[in-house]
Design a protein around this ligand. Structure first.
Ligand code: CTP
Ligand code: MG
Length: 472
């Protein structure tokens, strides 16, 4: 009966998701012309996936001849796009016009001498004899995030907070090249998973696809066993059914599949390393790194993440202010140590993104509603201490914005060298101090006792006026 209860709940969730999504899509369509892109979320993913399947990743020596390299590749077909980036070594992402070119290239590629595992992947190494001249450096795409110092300098030169947030997004968002590389890594992993499950597809989700991805963010992947977004259709007509091995439970099946993939990656997956299975998590995952791309990856079987990724993508399309605002909130939280790259008892970027006016639920420290299932709390993991850190930081930032007149840009050409203002003033001091240190300006002392006195005073005044400001 528990299983039935689970199925009923899953069905209800699915229905709620369908109606939420339909409502958002409808709203989006009438909102503005940009909304047309919303309905193409899946087709965009499919197009990128197809391009990744026509691509190879080649690790190159520090110096080689670019035109000779391209000539070598062109013997296998038309090279549609390519770029180089550096991560320990120089690497090339090469997209051919046709998949046949990949087959031809792989046919001509040798296995290294002495290799005992004849697994031929689309991750290759370019061997360039020293005698071949002239050797040149190639133009490299920078796929790493800018330094905090550069960021602060750029933001401080802007003329309004809107411009600061837009600039932050422009310099941190995933570039076209970094997205292509992410799809290629999924596709390379898909080749390995395909050995066991030929119909399966590895799809990126989370910040790689939801429009909120920052250079350097992790790569979340779903192993979609059926290779379809929606799963198989129910049919009432006579039909044939495959015989399959029945697992004890869905969770046991997920754990087994992930452990098989983890072992395969560890033993046979060139470029993949640091493989760690986390089978007992609420949502079992395999965590690993892809060395050639420098990406930290999480693999799951739970396709629900794809739906929430689409939802966040749609929010971003609904209003052009959504993405810059969320980039700023995520950047602010990360630099204050409110969010961390490893999972734990702290708030995550996903929860922060969904936060709406903190609802009263006595049983939870912090309750952030799952948009598809109102009773589910996506911030269930957050403990009291982390919540208290978060609230204190919010109060401190509210206090800075209200009392220090930092929200207005300073006039004149010296504004960027004077003192932090706008969004910069809400970042940790250690980030902006090096930029403004030369002026030896008198720092306002943020005494925590004064801060709470001010907050109490503000609350009292507001309560007298019949509204509360700070506590929210
Ligand atoms: N997710 C979810 N429910 C949760 C946590 C995560 O549905 N309780 C899904 C969301 O779609 C989220 C994705 O899993 O976007 C990946 O989670 P995470 O990596 O934590 O968030 P990202 O949005 O990818 O942000 P980041 O840049 O920090 O990786
Ligand atoms: Mg992520």
């Amino acid at each position: 009966s528990l299983e039935r209860f689970g199925r009923v709940q899953a069905l209800q969730t699915q229905r709620k998701f369908a109606s939420t999504l339909t409502a958002i899509k409808d709203e989006t369509e009438t909102a503005n012309t940009e909304a047309k892109q919303c309905s193409t979320f899946q087709s965009m993913q499919e197009e990128r996936r197809e391009r990744a399947e026509r691509s190879v990743l080649i690790s190159c020596p520090p110096k080689f001849n670019e035109s000779k390299f391209l000539k070598l590749l062109s013997t296998h077909g038309t090279v549609k796009k390519y770029f180089f980036y550096h991560n320990s070594t120089t690497n090339a992402v090469v997209e051919f016009s046709s998949r046949n070119s990949i087959a031809s290239l792989m046919e001509s590629t040798r296995l290294p001498s002495g290799s005992s595992i004849p697994f031929k992947s689309r991750l290759m190494s370019l061997k360039w004899p020293d005698t071949q001249s002239p050797l040149r450096k190639v133009k490299l795409q920078d796929l790493t995030p800018p330094t905090p110092l550069d960021t602060i300098k750029k933001l401080s030169k802007k003329n309004s907070i809107d411009e600061q947030l837009q600039c932050l997004m422009d310099i941190y968002q995933l570039t076209e090249e970094s997205i292509s590389l992410r799809y290629l890594v999924c596709s390379l992993l898909g080749d390995l998973a395909g050995v066991y499950f030929p119909q399966s597809v590895i799809r990126p989700f989370g910040s790689t696809v939801n429009g909120l991805g920052r250079l350097g963010c992790d790569l979340d992947m779903i192993l979609d066993l059926n290779g379809t977004y929606e799963g198989s259709q129910k049919r009432s007509s006579p039909h044939l059914e495959y015989q399959v091995k029945m697992a004890l439970s869905e969770r046991a099946m997920v754990q087994t599949i992930l452990s098989v993939i983890a072992r395969c990656l560890e033993k046979f997956g060139p470029g993949f390393g640091g493989v760690e299975s986390i089978p007992h998590a609420r949502c079992p995952i395999v965590r690993f790194s892809h060395e050639t791309s420098g990406l930290s990856c999480d693999l799951t079987l739970n396709t629900f993440g794809m739906k929430s990724s689409e939802l966040l993508f749609l929010y971003g399309q609904l209003d052009p202010r959504v993405r810059p605002l969320l980039f700023a909130v995520r950047f602010w939280a990360q630099n204050h140590g409110i969010t961390k790259v490893v999972p734990g008892a702290w708030i995550t970027n996903f929860s922060l993104t969904l936060m709406e006016k903190p609802q009263f639920k006595p049983e939870a420290n912090l309750f952030i509603r799952n948009p598809f299932e109102e009773d589910l709390n996506v911030s269930k993991n957050v403990n009291e201490k982390q919540l208290s850190n978060f609230v204190t930081l919010c109060q401190k930032c509210a206090w800075i914005s209200q009392t220090q007149n930092v929200l207005k840009p300073l006039s004149g050409s010296v504004k960027e060298f004077n003192s932090p203002w706008g969004f910069v003033a809400l970042l940790p001091e250690h980030m902006y101090t090096p930029v403004f240190a030369t002026l030896k300006r008198k720092k306002p002392s943020v005494n925590i006792t004064d801060l709470f006195k001010t907050l109490k005073l503000t609350k009292k005044t507001d309560a007298n006026e019949g509204e509360s400001v700070v506590a929210d």
